[in-house]
Write a protein that binds this ligand. Structure first.
Ligand SMILES: [Zn+2]
Length: 256
């Protein structure tokens, strides 16, 4: 039986949603037979929790919260349904709604309009798995690392499946400080983007991937977050183009 070691609620994107995510205790079990049930309540009493979703993902965007109304505490819990039935997890996470920052919301909104106006084709942000089933093919529990560099089960991330479901979004790219569209970059030959920025969701980290509309794939090298107070406004990142021989091109980004 698998178990959850950590449940986190992030409410620093905007006033319209929160991200609930959970981390599994390290496991070698196949997650296929398991479903996660996310519950929410505005009181800690067991009877007050109601089901938000059942999912096989390890996170959920809850856009039914009211973050404009202040002084509400939301309680979240996750249970796991598996071959041995459902086990209620003792983990609970809470958020307390504070005075909303509408100015920060406006900046995020303006950034999103700017990204639309730039009119680049959408990109895919593909975040790397950082929890889940440790790769049964190449994970070495002794060295706590992968044993091979071209594993098609985990794409050398150490976790089965390798990456999370791709997220389509808009980005602004730069090469050597000049802002260009991806098409212009292609016409310019090898002048592929070396940096860019996206809005505040999803949160990106080094080692995550960016896939452009030509299926060029890039590794995120570093990320700089722009914030206002506690609200995340946008994410500036440095990129490294991955050659077509890289194992990550075997990861299917079209779903399924
Ligand atoms: Zn592997």
């Amino acid at each position: 039986m698998i178990s959850i070691s950590n449940l986190v609620v992030q409410d620093n994107f905007s006033t319209s949603y929160v991200l609930v995510s959970w981390t599994l205790t390290p496991t070698t079990e196949d997650l296929g037979p398991y479903t996660f049930n996310l519950f929410r309540s505005t009181s800690p009493a067991d009877a007050d929790f109601s089901l938000l979703t059942s999912t096989d993902e390890l996170s959920y965007v809850d856009d039914t919260v009211d973050l404009v109304k202040i002084a509400i505490t939301y309680y979240y819990r996750v249970s796991i349904t598996g071959p041995e039935g459902t086990v209620m997890q003792p983990v609970t996470a809470t958020i307390y709604t504070e005075r909303p920052d509408f100015a920060a919301d406006t900046i995020v909104y303006s950034n999103n309009i700017l990204l639309d106006v730039i009119d680049n084709p959408p990109i895919l942000v593909v975040t790397r798995k950082r929890t889940g089933q440790q790769c049964p093919v190449c994970w070495d529990p002794v060295s706590r690392n992968v044993r091979k560099s071209n594993c098609t089960t985990c794409y050398s991330t150490g976790y089965t499946g390798g990456y999370n479901t791709p997220f389509s979004t808009k980005a602004s790219f730069q090469t050597e400080g000049v802002q260009l569209s991806v098409d212009e970059l292609a016409i310019a030959g090898q002048r592929l983007p070396t940096q860019g920025w996206v809005s505040n969701y999803p949160i990106i980290n080094p080692e995550d991937l960016v896939v452009d509309h030509r299926n060029n794939r890039y590794k995120i090298l570093s990320v700089q977050q722009t914030t206002k107070g506690r609200v995340l406004l946008r994410q500036i990142f440095q990129l490294q183009y991955l050659p077509a021989t890289d194992i990550v091109y075997k990861f299917n980004v079209s779903g399924g």
